[in-house]
Design a protein. Structure first.
Length: 219
């Protein structure tokens, strides 16, 4: 039965989880106002193994948040994940950060069409929109938002740390906002297990997260 370590570092949420055969075992995380990955991420990983009486060499794979998100947070998470994979000769699995956000929303019983967005700067966000069944209906992209952005996808529920930018701008639209969904490594568990079963791995030596550089007007 494979043990997988899940690392989430794309936003200010610093989160690690352990799973066995696609079932979550434990999670350690902190949802801070600051980026704490440099000081906390490695400690959380050590702590989760210690309190579950497991050794690193019990691992079969590591899954990592693939981005988009914080450049520094992603670099720290990927560097740690690569180090573990190299040391143990185990595969690395990438999980789209916004898909992980979508899974976290479903775990919070939000079953509507969903817009997940990560704050970038000014009126810029990284976003994706998912059907109630969890399929992408707008792929992950970097967008500059205006009052009409994503109007063709209404009604939907908006989640993520980018929603404060648009709560007033979109208040007259058919959109709900949920502030209670935090990005967590728990959202990677079932996605990573499916990829593990399919042997859908990335090249540890050459892997880079998806930073997404260009922003487009969100329509």
């Amino acid at each position: 039965m494979p043990y997988i370590l899940h690392i989430e570092s794309a936003t200010k949420s610093c989160s690690v989880a352990l799973s066995k055969a696609g079932n979550g075992i434990d999670v350690i995380e902190e949802h801070s106002e600051n980026y704490i990955h440099g000081e906390k991420l490695a400690f959380f990983i050590s702590q989760i193994f210690e309190r579950n009486l497991l050794e690193m060499d019990n691992l079969s794979a590591v899954s990592i948040s693939a981005g988009p998100g914080s450049y520094t947070g992603l670099r720290i998470g990927v560097s740690i994940a690569k180090g573990i994979c190299y040391a143990l000769s185990i595969p690395l699995i990438e999980i789209d950060t916004l898909k992980c956000y979508e899974r976290c929303a479903r775990l919070n019983n939000i079953n509507n069409t969903l817009c997940a967005m990560i704050d970038a700067r000014r009126m810029e966000v990284y976003s994706a929109i998912f059907s109630a069944e969890g399929d992408f209906i707008k792929q992950t992209s970097a967008d500059i938002l205006n009052e009409y952005s994503y109007v063709d996808y209404e009604p939907f529920v908006c989640i993520g740390d980018g929603i404060e930018k648009v709560k007033e701008l979109w208040e007259s639209r058919n959109i709900d906002f949920s502030k209670h969904v935090n990005l967590s490594a728990v959202g990677q568990v079932d996605l990573a297990f499916k990829k593990y079963q399919a042997e859908d791995f990335v090249d540890v030596a050459y892997y880079e997260p998806n930073y997404i550089k260009e922003f487009h007007t969100g329509s």
